[in-house]
Design a binder for this molecule. Structure first.
Ligand code: ATP
Ligand code: ATP
Length: 204
């Protein structure tokens, strides 16, 4: 349509890619599959205000393959200020901050994997008394996952969102920072239709 041509044209002018408009992984509110949907967690989800909630695999120890339970749950990240730089030690950080996603690719944890996407609509029939594990809900209600490259132009993402049925995409790159390990896929953020539209309005 003419409208679509107009807005994709406007976005082309901005020449931005997704890594410049995404919500970085550190700021993503998500869940782990073994968390229980009790009152406390349901309240945290409600208070986050988000409609789309990614479910991530727990980071695991590279050597033993065991889950790292000390990692900060992404559903507890709201309001937490994290130390983004790799080698700076911050006395306010507790030991678990070594496994926040920004540090994945170090020697400790495997890169973050996304297992699924929940909608808060999926919670309507959940009884918090049952304290159902997140993975059980995911098995019934998981949404399609859309993964895109960090350097995808914003206007390409707009068309993909409009023709597809998902309004949230996971942004990935290949991490080659550590010469002692093989390059690996890494999720670095999420982008939603709202992020793309906001960019469009600014670029007009
Ligand atoms: P909706 O408006 O459809 O209810 P929403 O308010 O949950 O959805 P969006 O409007 O799509 O989310 O996005 C608003 C902003 O929040 C965007 O910058 C987006 O990247 C960000 N965002 C969306 N979901 C999450 C999430 N689970 N964690 C962190 N940020 C998110
Ligand atoms: P979301 O995509 O954020 O989950 P949704 O699927 O409930 O929301 P929209 O995507 O906003 O709804 O709208 C999709 C279409 O369904 C639109 O044509 C809208 O007018 C229509 N629609 C939305 N809510 C209702 C409703 N309660 N009853 C009838 N039609 C509705």
């Amino acid at each position: 349509s003419d409208e679509l041509k107009f807005i994709t044209g406007a976005l082309a002018l901005s020449e931005k890619n997704l890594s410049q408009i995404m919500t970085a992984m550190d700021d993503v509110f998500g869940l782990y599959p073994d968390e229980l949907l009790d009152f406390e967690l349901m309240r945290r989800i409600y208070e986050s205000g988000y409609t789309r909630i990614p479910v991530f695999q727990r980071p695991v120890d590279r050597h033993t393959g065991r889950p790292l339970y000390s990692a900060i749950d992404p559903s507890r990240r709201i309001g937490i200020t994290r130390n983004r730089s790799r080698n700076v030690s911050n006395p306010d950080d507790d030991a678990s901050s070594d496994t926040t996603p920004s540090k994945y690719g170090g020697t400790v944890a495997l890169p973050l994997q996304v297992l699924g996407l929940l909608s808060t609509k999926d919670l309507i029939l959940v009884d918090p008394e049952d304290a159902m594990p997140v993975e059980q809900l995911l098995a019934h209600c998981g949404r399609d996952l859309l993964t895109v490259w960090f350097d995808t132009p914003v206007n390409t993402m707009l068309t993909d969102f409009l023709v597809g049925n998902s309004h949230l995409a996971f942004v990935q790159r290949v991490n080659t920072e550590d010469p002692s390990t093989d390059p690996f896929y890494e999720l670095i953020g999420i982008v939603t239709l709202e992020d793309v539209l906001e960019e469009l309005i600014q670029s007009e």
